[in-house]
Design a protein around this ligand. Structure first.
Ligand code: GLN
Length: 266
């Protein structure tokens, strides 16, 4: 849905088609007042998803607050690819770990599409975990949420996960302020990937093999122009073989999939 559709389906509590079918119905006073309030905030740059407190992702509804990133359409590709790999006979994942879950959009969508698979989701931010828990409840799925700085929580099990998935913060710190004004409303913690944007790839890649099962997969979203650098981190780490790369709707490299293997040098 575009932004106008999001706003009007919300205030009229109707579906997208009925918005067009009933387009001649006037708004009542309270509704017009609400719309002008929303527009005032939107004009200042606040994303519509924060104003309405919700977003749609993978056809599901997610509650949002400024403590969590707004789910992006590109991330649906990450989820779809993860579902496909989890179902493949070679992986047949029984346990998946989502690192930096934020709103929980990845973990909840996986749980919804992969019944019987145990999903664990971690985030360093307590407030994000609270929102993610709410979204799991809203969408009727069971997820094991843990507060953890990446792999730091001792409850994470070694050699356990068939897949580790992550959309980590990946924007180079100095570039964040130059992005569109909407980004300033989002949590810096969820965007800032350090000086070159790659800090979290270094940390995740160098620990993930300890938590993955033999032949387990690490599936990550990457930022613009980061593919070669991320592949190089995998190469230096030595515990992985890249098995797939996926582009997004704009033909930008967006996902890297690596399989755990015995360590080799270079
Ligand atoms: N895709 C987001 C953006 O470009 C960034 C999300 C992230 O850092 N993981 O705004």
């Amino acid at each position: 849905m575009n932004e106008a559709e999001l706003l009007f389906t919300d205030i009229l509590n109707c579906s997208r088609p009925s918005l067009y079918l009933d387009k001649d119905t006037p708004l009542d006073k309270a509704q017009s007042y609400f719309v002008s309030g929303v527009l005032k905030r939107r004009i200042k740059g606040e994303p519509i998803q924060y104003i309405l407190g919700k977003a749609e992702f993978m056809g599901l509804e997610f509650k949002l607050a400024p403590d969590v990133l707004i789910p992006r359409p590109e991330t649906e590709i990450l989820v779809e690819k993860t579902i496909e790999m989890a179902r493949s006979p070679e992986v047949a994942a029984r346990s998946i770990l989502d690192i930096g879950t934020g709103s929980g959009c990845i973990a909840v969508s996986l749980a919804k599409n992969l019944p019987g698979v145990e999903i664990t989701a971690v985030d360093i931010c307590e407030k994000a975990i609270k929102i993610a828990r709410r979204n799991a409840l809203l969408n009727n799925v069971k997820i094991n949420f843990l507060k953890s700085d990446l792999f730091d929580n001792r409850q994470l099990k070694a050699d356990n996960y068939g897949i580790i998935v992550s959309n980590p913060p990946y924007i180079p710190a100095a570039e964040i302020d130059a992005l569109q004004p909407e980004i300033k409303y989002e949590p810096r913690l969820a965007l800032d990937g350090g000086k070159d944007g790659l800090d979290f790839y270094r940390r995740i890649i160098n620990s993930a093999h300890l938590y993955l099962k033999e032949n387990g997969l690490l599936i990550m979203e990457i930022g613009f122009n980061q593919k070669e650098a991320v592949k190089n981190i995998f190469k230096v780490c030595g515990y992985f073989e890249i098995i797939d790369e996926v582009k997004d709707y704009n033909n930008i490299d967006r996902i890297v999939i690596a399989k755990k293997r015995e360590r080799t040098n270079g």
